[in-house]
Design a protein around this ligand. Structure first.
Ligand code: HEC
Length: 107
């Protein structure tokens, strides 16, 4: 009987925590990708953290293609921005850029 309870508890814990921590898959939309990869620094609304020197990326002057390239490969003139070449596919980088430039920027 105890084993059944333990098993149920373990499964619930894994399901609950797993959902939040899991890496977004190919079907993840720009919002989910942004939340996973960008929000910790730039904030949920893309307003950045002024005191930590993180710019409001939702108001960037960069073009869509420049944002995609920045996210994937970084830029020499923005050395403090990490690149996500290993985590994001080019398609995912496009989705994140579109979310940033068309959804967040409009807010
Ligand atoms: C570890 C913190 C961190 C994470 C995570 C992060 N960024 Fe940044 N980002 C920065 C910093 C710091 C800069 C400023 C870079 C510089 O000027 O050297 C920046 C700059 C930018 C800029 C340029 C803003 C401008 O016009 O100057 C864009 C766009 C941007 N980030 C988008 C993103 C996106 C999209 C993601 C998620 C895929 C992301 N960032 C994840 C820290 C972060």
């Amino acid at each position: 009987m105890n084993y059944i309870w333990f098993g149920t508890l373990l499964t619930c814990t894994l399901v609950l925590t797993g959902c939040n921590d899991s890496t977004p898959n190919d079907k993840a939309d720009g919002k989910a990708l942004f939340a996973h990869y960008c929000e910790s620094c730039h904030g949920q609304t893309g307003n950045g953290k002024f005191l930590q020197g993180i710019p409001a990326n939702a108001h960037t002057a960069l073009t869509r293609q420049e944002v995609i390239n920045l996210v994937l490969y970084g830029r020499d003139d923005k050395p403090a921005m990490p690149n996500f070449r290993k985590q994001l596919s080019p398609r995912q980088a496009q989705k994140v850029a579109d979310y940033l430039l068309f959804t967040l920027k409009a807010q």
